[in-house]
Design a protein around this ligand. Structure first.
Ligand code: ATP
Ligand code: MG
Length: 430
């Protein structure tokens, strides 16, 4: 019988990699909570209808990528392909919309899309996302962009670029759609197959095509920015001005459109040149049409989602050092020493230190090797001599310095000990 393996497009995140995930998540959580965003956790599966209405049937996500199935009660369910539709459903269902005011929400979790797996593209992947509901202000657009930038920059990521565009309101888009179709129709036979299909179903998405010939034809296509009405244009100018005041650099990219139908006005992507074909780490924009589309009151909204797999690929490439998680690796040998070590490990943990206890009773040499590999900041050594005198050897693994210290002293000054650990720890990106 063959061994069962993880499904294509899914991955185990193993302990060797988990430090990146925890670091990214806790860093984001800190930034979001300081900006008064609140976490929301919605179900992994929803009624298929939610995504068909909320994302749009003409999009790739709904048309080709959803994991949709019938449950045992013959209901059509879908594993969520993105987080916004569920967050907005919850927002409406629990009466947040009726309360009025501004709601700032964030979420983090797995998403599912049936795609061709490759580097940075999986069938189960993870996103962190934010949604600001209830504010039409360009300041909300600028705020969410600033927060996305912070989330990425505080991780030490370099070579990121922010692409910005406005796709106006639905009327602007309708006029632009007509102009684009009028321009492209004479070239129809020269477009790639997908784009030919999109010409009638979702022409704006043609701007997204990766096909060289289609891109060449698009060189002289009309720009959406020429089709914005004065209000939309003023709004876009305000967003740019606010970003400039925030010191955030951006490039205007009139070709940038999002695949999802509910976007209005601001759209943006943050890309890295280090990600190859899967260059986009963060994508978002304003979606003033979604809440009412899903049966809630007219509610302006803006948000983004960061793809965590791509983010972590970048961190690994840029060799960001994830701070060590283990403070002490505790080695011991001999009956008395081994039982004292267990007690000491527990006492240190209760004081808030992270301690890995070697349980092997093997020769000290072997235990020391494991201590070196563990990533701990320091090694604690307990042998017969130490057990007799109730002491312990404290060895800083970075420098090799070693001292003998009473076990009780280790526990009575936890603040000093914590400071010593910090002094001996590499911080991220140094
Ligand atoms: P792409 O053009 O790369 O398919 P998208 O427009 O479908 O991206 P969004 O729906 O805007 O992506 O999702 C936001 C972010 O989530 C993307 O920028 C990316 O970082 C991440 N993402 C999307 N799909 C996947 C996937 N299949 N695997 C890994 N990450 C993904
Ligand atoms: Mg996609």
């Amino acid at each position: 019988m063959g061994l069962i393996q993880a499904l294509r497009g899914t991955r185990d995140i193993l302990p060797a990699e988990i430090g990146y995930w925890q670091w990214v998540e806790s860093n984001a959580r800190g930034i979001l909570s300081r900006a008064a965003y609140q976490e929301i956790r919605t179900p992994i599966f929803e009624q298929t209808d939610l995504f068909e209405r909320g994302i749009g049937e003409a999009t790739d996500v709904v048309g080709k990528e959803m994991y949709t199935f019938k449950d045992r009660g013959e209901r059509s369910l879908t594993l969520r392909p993105e987080g916004t539709a569920g967050a907005v459903r919850a927002y409406i269902e629990h009466g947040f919309a009726a309360q009025g005011g501004v709601q700032r929400l964030w979420y983090c979790g797995p998403m599912f899309r049936y795609e061709r797996p490759q580097a940075g593209r999986q069938r189960q992947f993870h996103q962190i996302g934010v949604e600001v509901l209830g504010s039409p202000s360009p300041r909300a657009d600028a705020e969410v962009i600033a927060i996305a930038t912070d989330v990425l920059q505080t991780l030490g990521l370099k070579d990121l670029s922010l692409n910005l565009n406005s796709i106006g309101n639905p009327d602007d888009r309708q006029r632009y759609r007509e102009a684009l179709v009028a321009y492209l129709t004479p070239y129809k036979g020269d477009l790639d197959i997908d784009s030919q299909d999109r010409l009638t179903r979702n022409p704006l998405r043609i701007l997204d095509s990766k096909d060289g010939r289609t891109q060449a034809i698009l060189q002289n296509a009309p720009s959406i920015l020429e089709h914005l009405n004065p209000n939309s244009k003023q709004r876009f100018d305000q967003v740019q001005e606010l970003l400039t005041q925030l010191g955030i650099r951006f490039e205007i990219n009139p070709r940038l459109v999002r695949g999802l139908d509910y976007y209005t006005h601001t759209v943006f992507e943050i890309q890295s040149t280090d990600l190859g074909a899967q260059a986009t780490v963060c994508a978002g924009g304003r979606y003033d049409g979604l809440v009412s589309e899903l049966g809630g009151p007219e509610t302006p909204a803006v948000g983004w989602a960061i793809g965590l797999e791509r983010l972590i690929i970048l961190l690994q490439q840029q060799q960001a050092v994830v701070g060590s998680k283990t403070d002490f690796y505790l080695v011991s040998k001999g009956e008395a020493a081994e039982s004292q070590a267990l007690v000491l490990a527990q006492a240190l943990r209760q004081k808030g230190f992270t301690v890995e206890l070697d349980l092997s009773s093997s020769a000290f040499g072997k235990q020391f090797k494991r201590a070196d590999r563990s990533g701990a900041v320091a090694c604690l050594i307990l042998g017969d001599t130490e057990a007799e005198t109730q002491t312990v050897q404290l060895k800083w693994l970075g420098t090799g310095e070693q001292e003998s210290i009473a076990q009780s002293d280790l526990l009575t000054k936890p603040d000093e000990l914590r400071q010593q650990i910090v002094d001996h720890t590499l911080t991220p990106n140094t």
